[in-house]
Design a protein around this ligand. Structure first.
Ligand code: T46
Length: 145
């Protein structure tokens, strides 16, 4: 079994963490910069963001096989529901200097987006549909906790 396959099958929501990101305060406003291995524990290979999300819409509803991610509410607020096959938790994100680190093998749903919110995602791999598990039953059967 490869290390990533083992991480996928054994990871729990307790491996997912809230990370405090650095802030440089200025009278004219703040800046946060995120550096691979310095502020987050992976190399950033892709950045994407969810925006213009209509009220009441939900995103996610899948797990990743190999992908590590950091989710940040770059604007507004939303909630992330995490499930590892056994345990669940809901994380509220509402600050641009707070990130939610998510490891492979975690089913996530994003909900309760505030108006105009932006979900910034830093990801450890380029986009690949093969990395997704979108079948909930298959996901729960694949976990080996
Ligand atoms: C995640 C949550 C937080 C691309 O072409 N390139 C990309 O990098 C991404 C992320 C998506 N897409 C395409 C694939 C689909 O046709 O955009 C479409 C929507 O993707 P998806 O349904 O996966 O979007 P979300 O918002 O449900 O999930 C996304 C990420 O896919 C996922 O990694 O954790 O945001």
């Amino acid at each position: 079994m490869s290390l990533l396959t083992m991480i996928f099958s054994k990871s729990t929501i307790f491996d997912c963490e809230i990370l405090q990101l650095p802030v440089v305060h200025k009278q004219s406003g703040n800046i946060t910069s995120i550096n691979s291995f310095e502020n987050i524990p992976f190399d950033i290979k892709r950045i994407y963001y969810l925006y213009d999300i209509p009220g009441g819409e939900e995103r996610g509803g899948h797990a990743h096989r190999n992908l590590f991610q950091l989710l940040v509410a770059a604007g507004g607020a939303f909630e992330v529901s995490l499930f590892d096959g056994v345990n669940r938790k809901i994380v509220h994100l509402d600050r641009p200097n707070i990130g939610l680190y998510i490891v492979p093998g975690i089913w996530r749903e994003l909900l309760n987006f505030s108006s105009g919110s932006i979900c910034l995602v830093l990801a450890s791999l380029p986009y690949s549909e093969e990395d997704y598990i979108r079948d909930y039953t298959y996901f729960t059967r694949s976990k080996n906790l």
